[in-house]
Design a protein around this ligand. Structure first.
Ligand code: GAP
Length: 430
């Protein structure tokens, strides 16, 4: 884990937030490579869950919602963790993490009794800070889809089963954030709300568990590092009838990447009652009106990025050297191609390399680098997971060919410059 954290900072994947002010604890900023990796991950999710299906629609709801949403959803009443404070060192602990409920695990001091602590962030809307203006930062993106159920039915007329997909920020005032980007107070979620006939809920719940598990595997996570874990009844969130977590074998232990829950008709019923609007669905085929059940695969973007980074991190012995290489899936790698001139003091070589890079940039994420010897340039690209290095040398000026080196095998091939774009595109475009 330390090696991954260090690589993230050193090479510009992830930085501590507000670093020059000493950092805001457990808050992270994505740097140039981090934002590409994160965007690629979100794009892969969107492709699999929206573009490649014909039963889902995308949307993007606001983070701020009417405060009554969170009363109806049950978050005001139920979205609590139990916390205890140490009377001596004043540190705060999550009740579930405490082995001895009376003794501070840090200093041994006495702990206060466990008290419920609502995890929602509160703020004020408008210039007056008074109770009537209190609103929340959403703790899940899901509610934005439930409250738009009618708008979607009226505008797009989807038939059951159908899903709404959304990616966006959520906020939780976690008592014990930690493990780098694993548990933070501001994070992104990728959520699907899949509306089904109640009688088919179990079937779709099971198929979504498989679908989501395979998504991680297809994007390169090692199978032995991924498992499913079904929740016991006393673990379930207040809205869920059943839930299966997909867990990753992080260096700090098996931990949740994503949860797939059967939310039943809880949410639509609650919002119908609370808003007074009719949120029942009329099923043409069955000639019945009912509240659909909702199957919800809900994953964390930041957790997935962390899992893919950890899983892709490799150290390999190459002759007397150690090569650090991020073996990220081609769809996830932040940079696809690096163009490197073998001799940076030869203007014709540099000129040709720059021209090739400029041309490739139009279709593939490509960088140009001439700031070191070739061995060093290769290592630098390996560390950030760049898939192909294209080297321009003296011979390239005559035979109009370049050397293409593949990241994982380090195998090299001479390719004609005029065929290069087609060659790389064939390898890289899914
Ligand atoms: N709408 C359902 C829901 O929000 P959840 O299990 O609480 O369910 C879903 O959250 C996913 O969101 C988790 O599996 C995790 O990947 C991510 N997540 C939740 N809390 C998080 C946090 N504090 N930091 C980072 N990711 C978080």
């Amino acid at each position: 884990m330390e090696k991954v954290v260090s690589l993230c900072k050193r090479r510009g994947f992830i930085f501590q937030s507000s670093d020059i002010y000493g950092g805001l604890s457990n808050t992270w900023d994505y740097g140039p490579y981090g934002v590409e990796l994160k965007n690629n991950l979100k794009r892969s999710w969107w492709k699999a869950n929206v573009y490649e299906r014909d039963d889902t629609l995308g949307m993007d709801a606001a983070i701020l919602m009417h405060p009554r949403v969170w009363e109806a959803s049950g978050h005001v009443q139920n979205f609590f963790d139990l916390k205890s404070d140490c009377r001596d060192c004043k540190k705060r602990f999550k009740g579930a993490d405490l082995i001895d409920k009376n003794k501070c695990p840090e200093c041994g001091g006495a702990l206060t009794e466990q008290r419920p602590f609502n995890l929602m962030f509160k703020t004020y809307q408008g210039p007056v800070e008074e109770t009537g203006n209190e609103i929340y930062l959403r703790p899940e993106t899901a509610q934005g889809m439930f409250v738009n159920f009618l708008n979607i039915l009226d505008s797009r007329h989807p038939k059951l089963p159908f899903g709404l997909a959304q990616i966006g920020k959520s906020f939780r005032n976690e008592i014990t954030p930690g493990n780098f980007t694993f548990r933070t107070r501001e994070f992104e979620q990728m959520e699907m709300e899949y509306f089904v006939r109640p009688s088919e809920a179990d079937k779709y719940y099971k198929s979504w568990v498989e679908e989501r598990f395979n998504w991680y595997i297809n994007l390169g996570i090692k199978k032995e590092n991924l498992k499913k874990r079904e929740h016991a009844k006393d673990e379930l969130a207040h809205y869920a009838d059943s839930c299966t977590d997909i867990e990753y074998n992080f260096p700090f232990g098996w931990s949740e990447l994503e949860g797939i829950a059967n939310r039943t008709d809880f949410d639509l019923k609650q919002h119908a009652e609370s808003s007074g609007r009719d949120l029942k669905y009329f099923d043409d085929a069955l000639k019945e009106r009912f509240y659909p059940y909702i199957i919800e695969p809900s994953g964390g973007v930041d957790r997935a990025v962390l899992a893919f980074l950890v899983d892709a991190y490799n150290e390999e012995k190459v002759r007397d050297d150690t090569r650090v290489v991020l073996k990220l899936h081609k769809d996830l790698a932040p940079t696809k191609v690096a163009v490197l001139p073998l001799l940076r003091n030869r203007p014709e070589i540099v000129g040709l390399a720059r021209t090739i890079a400029r041309d490739l940039k139009k279709t593939l994420v490509t960088v140009y680098d001439d700031t070191g010897a070739i061995g060093k340039l290769y290592r630098r690209q390996d560390e950030v997971g760049t898939l192909y290095c294209v080297t321009v040398d003296v011979k390239s000026l005559e035979d109009k060919q370049v050397t293409v080196r593949e990241r994982d095998t380090m195998q090299q091939e001479r390719i004609a410059i005029e065929k290069l774009k087609e060659y790389l595109s064939n390898k890289l475009i899914s």
